[in-house]
Ligand binder design. Structure first.
Ligand code: UD1
Length: 359
């Protein structure tokens, strides 16, 4: 029996881990243990994802909560050191959040093999906490499962041996394809009084966009201008909510909401005319949904969404964002190509590799 301890903590990780857990449960030779670090703890940030995505009740919740990066990472590490004392055959982590790097550090120091799903992505911007998390996690991992060719290329360039790297596709898209039809029944458009193709969706939560309240206020002004053309739905991350309150900026023309559950948000994105975001995962989801996406960042670690998908990197200068949004609303939506291996089978490929090779 292969014992695999999986670690989740923050919102995007739940979406990525759900299909992997299903795949582990499907295999008689594998057994999963699920640790929730509690990095995201509010019901709106976490609880609904578990129900909607059929994620089993975690075996343990470390309840670390918020804190500085050091405090949060350290608390996760302390909790996991105790949990890993049962010595699983493998610790499997996804993405690039603080819980991910904490788990890989603890496992590596205890001599437990680490598998990193979504390995090799690089923004080449070390001011992003996620970039530090990616670099450290990949350095410590024994299995590096890449979602797109750029991930493989980056790892090889960093000297990772080829035999540790596996291009398997995108687990977040496994979830999207599985739940797309169910999401279409969510009723969110009726609830918010929206028409298919008749609104935009905005999300902002990166420290680089929301922590400086003057910058945030300028971006909100741009969104308000977009809202003169089409309604803008803006589900607000708790970090952003705090900063918006501090900025005292007018948001009356936007449709603000609390963070949405997975199915409602997928439904909302799928039917949007345009998405403006600084999230990583949304760049990938819009590519598969064939919805134009403007990414409000200077870089992306997911270049395939630009090369083959619907994503456009527009930077964070408010004038550039405004211009790009107005242009995007004028242009007919571009037809995207689904990247290779973004086909709903990434988790199965991951488990195939693990079953075939683990000693
Ligand atoms: C984290 C990830 C980020 C990911 C994002 C998705 C890291 C470094 N960042 O950022 O990559 O895109 O999750 O959501 O791991 N808060 C609540 N309730 C919660 C959780 C957070 O109110 O359940 C508030 C707290 O004020 C907290 C702040 O949000 O200080 C930030 O939370 P944190 O988990 O530290 O990082 P995120 O910004 O959510």
């Amino acid at each position: 029996m292969i014992q695999i301890t999986t670690v989740v903590g923050a919102r995007p990780n739940f979406v990525k881990m759900a299909p992997i857990l299903q795949e582990i449960h499907r295999r008689p030779n594998c057994k999963a243990r699920l640790v929730h670090t509690g990095q995201h703890y509010s019901p709106e940030m976490s609880a609904s994802f578990f129900d909607e995505l059929n994620i089993p009740e975690p075996d343990v919740n470390l309840e670390v909560g918020s804190g500085t990066h050091t405090v949060q990472t350290a608390h996760v590490m302390m909790g996991l050191e105790k949990d890993f004392a049962n010595r699983p055959d493998l610790v499997l982590v996804v993405g690039d959040v603080n819980s991910t790097v904490a788990a890989s550090l603890v496992a590596a120091k205890m001599g437990i093999p680490v598998a990193h799903v979504e390995a090799g992505l690089r923004s080449f911007d070390r001011r992003m906490p996620e970039e530090i998390n990616r670099l450290v996690t990949d350095t410590l991992s024994d299995y590096l499962f890449a979602s797109e060719p750029a991930g493989v290329k980056n790892l090889l360039a960093e000297g990772v041996p080829q035999e540790k790297i596996f291009l398997v596709g995108n687990v977040m898209i496994d979830t999207l394809l599985q739940f797309r039809d169910k999401a279409a029944q969510s009723g969110v458009l009726d609830r918010l009084g929206l028409k298919k193709g008749g609104y935009c969706v905005a999300t902002l939560h990166r420290p680089s966009n929301v922590d400086d309240i003057e910058h945030l206020a300028r971006l909100v002004d741009v969104l308000s201008d977009v809202a003169k053309k089409l309604p803008v739905v803006f589900p607000v991350h708790p970090r952003t909510r705090e900063r918006l309150a501090a900025a005292k900026v007018a948001t009356d023309s936007l449709m603000l909401s609390a963070p949405l559950g997975y199915l409602e948000f997928l439904n909302l994105t799928a039917e949007a005319r345009l998405v403006l975001t600084d999230s990583g995962g949304i760049q990938e989801e819009t590519t598969i949904l064939n919805v134009p996406c403007l990414t409000l960042r200077e870089n992306t670690e997911r270049p395939i969404t630009i090369e083959e998908g619907t994503n456009r990197l527009v930077g964070v200068n408010p004038e550039d964002v405004r211009k790009a949004a107005m242009e995007a609303l004028e242009m007919p939506p571009r037809i995207a190509k689904a990247p290779d291996l973004w086909d709903g089978r990434a988790s199965a490929r991951i488990l195939d590799v693990i079953e075939r090779t683990i000693r």
